[in-house]
Design a protein. Structure first.
Length: 201
């Protein structure tokens, strides 16, 4: 009996793992569990950094390997909701806080609220300019296109383990799109909420 192995290599070339047919179900399970984490990674299966078992993740935590959590904020309204998450991530030695500021935070016409973030003592990892001087459908769509370019560059440079976003404003969508292509996990807070002006309901 054979089945294709999982992992990056499996997406580009089909690989097969042979399992002897004379093993019963319990024996097969025992055989799989006996494979070391190094061997699983060598075979392209589970055990890579995005599929680490909980025990391995905890071991990394205990040895001082900090997880890079990147938070994206684009407006004053969601920054207020993110404040305590940012505060706790910064205070926890298990995490390295990364902060991407974009959208209305960087626009003088909206108060240049990036200064409030700096006044709160947060270090800004990257600033992504994306807003055009137009709130038409075409202007917003073009702003989102610029956002994808800027977010892709920022995420590639920061290499986070997780990106955290909040809400449904259009500044957030480019960040999530870039994460999808870069295969970065996303934590979306209040993703199911609907705010005024939504166009996707």
């Amino acid at each position: 009996m054979c089945w294709p192995s999982r992992g990056t290599a499996a997406r580009t070339q089909r690989r097969w793992v042979h399992v002897p047919t004379d093993l019963d179900a319990d024996a097969q399970a025992a055989n799989v569990r006996s494979i070391s984490a190094h061997e699983r990674r060598r075979r392209g299966g589970l055990g890579g950094p995005r599929y680490q078992p909980a025990v391995e993740r905890e071991a990394g935590r205990m040895t001082g390997q900090r997880k890079r959590v990147c938070v994206v904020t684009g407006s004053r309204s969601e920054y207020g909701l993110l404040y305590w998450i940012l505060h706790d991530l910064r205070a926890d030695s298990a995490f390295e806080l990364q902060l991407i500021v974009t959208g209305m935070h960087l626009a003088p016409e909206f108060g240049l609220t990036v200064r409030e973030i700096e006044a709160d003592g947060f270090v800004i990892s990257r600033r992504v300019e994306m807003l055009l001087a137009s709130d038409t459908s075409g202007g917003v769509a073009k702003s989102m296109g610029l956002g994808v370019i800027g977010m892709s560059d920022a995420i590639e440079q920061l290499a986070p383990d997780l990106v955290l976003v909040l809400g449904d404003r259009f500044e957030i969508l480019p960040a999530v799109q870039a994460c999808l292509v870069h295969r970065i996990p996303v934590a979306h807070v209040a993703g199911g909420d609907t705010s005024e002006g939504a166009v996707d309901e």
